[in-house]
Design a protein around this ligand. Structure first.
Ligand code: PMP
Length: 399
């Protein structure tokens, strides 16, 4: 108790207050379980916003980290490193693209994709410089850099941070007609999350992505899928675009790409798009570093070897069904795909998350009224049943 309070105080004293964490101080973790500084055990039902699909400290990933740490950790891109090519090849194999550009965080990968699209429009489509337009969706979340918040429809993300980056048009998420109407000869790309995570696990109407793909192809507009949160098994497919059999021109990946161990992100696309970058036009000191690449390679292997995509689909369906069996007057909708599930309430979700924490289950509200459940994909059926019982108890007590 004392440790928790003291450490929170120290953290709040010296740290910027740009988050509102639940009052739990995590000190150890393994698989789906974490332990706080006072020795209490919790199940992690958030997975660091889907960055921990492989679970905490997966042995294979930690081994890769240690092995690589004993050899070389950083070269910068002034030189080649012996992990980069191998990792590129793996990412290309999974995305079925032929070129990769490495970054570190999701927001940086989004920046990279937007820069690539603008330059592609300029070089290939003949759009004059400074005229390229990017279409994004209301409710989107693409990160917190200036470009990412410029893309956002959330006024609170932008207030006082202006001027925002221009050339951005927003359409209502799921509205194909609005997409069609928003496209001009200067449109470079349509940027979309196949399922909106931060907006509260919002699944677009069936057919939206497929139709968007068609409209983009007809108009020579790049379809860019931000799969930072939905990718790598979270939704029960390797990539969430597969739910509509859609092939985006550009994949944006992050989070679970580093297995919850190293920050690593990337853009994957074909050479006609990513080939627009030339030496000097883009980069990052840490992007593609050997430590992150070694960890990412192991992280991707774990997804395949442990069939995490299939697990996510099956366990997600089970969990959805069990959650739907919990009746409560405040439940508006329970929705999700794979182990990416939201319970939308007619009241604030935070008190439910606080009560769940007391029951030993860590999750986080999103968008005020939605409880998000996104456990590590290595979770077992028994562990999920345990979680469902805790959730049932909290809902019953709040009835
Ligand atoms: N895109 C999406 C869809 C995300 O969910 C997030 C993070 N929640 C980001 C981008 C930003 O990633 P990062 O926090 O690593 O910058």
């Amino acid at each position: 108790e004392n440790h928790t309070k003291k450490l929170i105080e120290k953290t709040e004293q010296y740290g910027a207050h740009n988050y509102q964490p639940l009052p739990v101080v995590i000190a150890e973790a393994e698989g789906v379980w974490v332990k706080d500084v006072d020795g209490r055990r919790y199940m992690d039902m958030l997975s660091a916003y889907s960055a921990l699909n492989q679970g905490h400290r997966h042995p294979k990933i930690i081994q890769a980290l240690k092995d690589q740490a004993d050899r070389v950790t950083l070269t910068s891109r002034a030189f080649y490193n012996d992990k980069l090519g191998e990792w590129y090849e793996k990412v290309c194999q999974l995305t079925k693209k032929d070129m990769v550009l490495p970054m570190n965080t999701g927001a940086e990968a989004v920046e990279t994709a937007v820069k690539a699209a603008r330059r592609w429009a300029y070089d290939v489509k003949g759009v004059p410089d400074n005229k390229a337009e990017i279409i994004a969706c209301t409710g989107n979340f693409h990160g917190r850099t200036l470009l990412a918040v410029s893309l956002s429809s959330e006024e609170e993300y932008k207030r006082g941070f202006g001027p925002m980056i221009g050339g951005i048009k927003l359409i209502p998420y799921g509205d194909v007609e609005a997409l069609r109407a928003a496209i001009t000869p200067n449109t470079a790309a349509f940027l979309v999350e196949p399922i909106q995570g931060e907006a509260g696990i919002r699944i677009p109407p069936q057919g939206f992505l497929k139709e968007a793909e068609k409209i983009c192809r007809e108009n020579r507009v790049l379809l860019m899928a931000d799969e930072v949160q939905t990718g790598l098994g979270r939704t029960g497919k390797l990539f969430a675009v597969e739910w509509e059999d859609v092939t985006p021109d550009v994949f944006i990946l992050g989070k679970a790409l580093g297995g919850g161990v190293m920050p690593i992100s990337c853009v994957a696309a074909n050479k006609d798009i990513l080939g627009v970058f030339n030496p000097g036009s883009h980069g990052s000191t840490f992007g593609g570093n050997p430590l992150a690449c070694a960890v990412s390679l192991a992280s991707l292997e774990v997804i395949e070897e442990e069939k995490l995509v299939e697990r996510s689909l099956k366990l997600g369906n089970d969990l959805l069904e069990k959650l739907r069996g919990i009746k409560h007057p405040s439940v508006k909708e329970i929705r999700g795909r794979g182990l990416f599930i939201g319970i939308e309430l007619t009241e604030p979700a935070r008190p439910f998350c606080e009560a769940l924490k007391e029951e030993g289950l860590l999750c986080k509200e999103t968008h005020e009224n939605v409880i998000r459940f996104a456990p590590p994909l290595v979770i077992t059926e028994e562990e999920l049943d345990w979680a469902v019982e805790r959730i049932r108890k909290v809902f019953e007590e709040k009835n």
